[in-house]
Each structure stands twice: as C-alpha cells, then as structure tokens.
Write a protein that binds this ligand. Sequence first.
Ligand code: HEC
Length: 141
Amino acid sequence: MKTYVKPFFALTIALVFASCGDKKPKEDFGKSAEEETVETTETAVDEVAADPLVAEGKTIFEGKGTCTACHKPDVKVVGPSLADISKIYKEQNASIVSFLKEEGKPLVDPSQYEVMKANFAITKAMSDDELKALEAYVLSY
Ligand code: HEC
C-alpha cells in the first residue's frame, strides 16, 4: 500500500505544480490524495497503539507467557490457532480469563486439554490485568 501511495502522491504533487494557478478540480484532486496519505499513516499508527491492552497481551503472549511456542495466529501448531480460539470464544461468549485460571472447561480441543493444562502454572501466577490483556490479544484475531 505504502509503495503504491507514495509514487501516486508524488505524481499528484507534480500534477498540481504543473497546473499551478489552473482550475480547481486538480487542486481538489491533490488535496484528497494528501488526505488519503495522512489517513494511511494514521491507520498504521492506530493499529499498533489502538488498544494498549492488546499490545500488552501480545507482549505477554510472546514473552513470559511463552504461548507462541504452541499457538500461532492462523495455523494450528501444537495448540489451536488464535483465530480458531477467538472464533469459538466469541461464539460461546466464554471467558479466556476464566479458562487460564483453570476455572473454565476446554471448549476448543478438549482432547488436547492436558497439554494446555501444563501452562496454568504460568497463567495462574499472572494478575487479572495480565490475563485480561492475554484475552484481549487472543480475541483480536
Ligand atoms: C505446550 C504447548 C502450549 C503452550 C505453551 C500454550 N498452549 Fe494453549 N493450548 C495448547 C493446546 C494443545 C490446546 C488445545 C487444548 C484445549 O483446547 O484446551 C490449547 C488451548 C488453548 C486455549 C483454548 C482453550 C479451550 O477452551 O479449549 C487457549 C485460550 C489457550 N490455549 C491459551 C494459551 C495461552 C494464553 C498460552 C500462554 C500463556 C498458551 N495457551 C500456551 C497448547 C499450548
């Protein structure tokens, strides 16, 4: 997207300059392209900073949670993909926080529950805020 927008934007500026003092339509065209570029930048920044909870969850998920060892966003590795987990938890309106506290039942792949259970030693040592961040991160998929 960026690689497309930049040359397009540069071309638009060139066009606006070339037609300097000319008619309005071209100026408007240049303006909208400028706005579009700004919007693109803002969106990119938003995606990272939009939800600090999701960002924190990602840090824990990849860091001290070591969850990435078994969970990837879109493919099943040892554990189900985050997309699969997210889908089922949203459908059933269930709580990942409760699951990670060993207070809920496995909903995604009960036959592999024992493998996941080994991680409760880590997740039960986490604060509610940390678990909520993990939940927000998983549900962001
Ligand atoms: C050793 C591999 C492994 C690690 C590490 C791991 N998981 Fe899992 N996880 C699994 C497996 C296997 C399942 C499927 C069994 C199940 O659904 O309970 C699973 C299932 C889940 C589920 C779905 C639970 C359900 O209702 O079925 C969630 C949510 C989850 N993991 C979150 C995490 C989080 C958060 C971490 C990091 C703190 C983590 N997992 C680390 C293997 C792992």
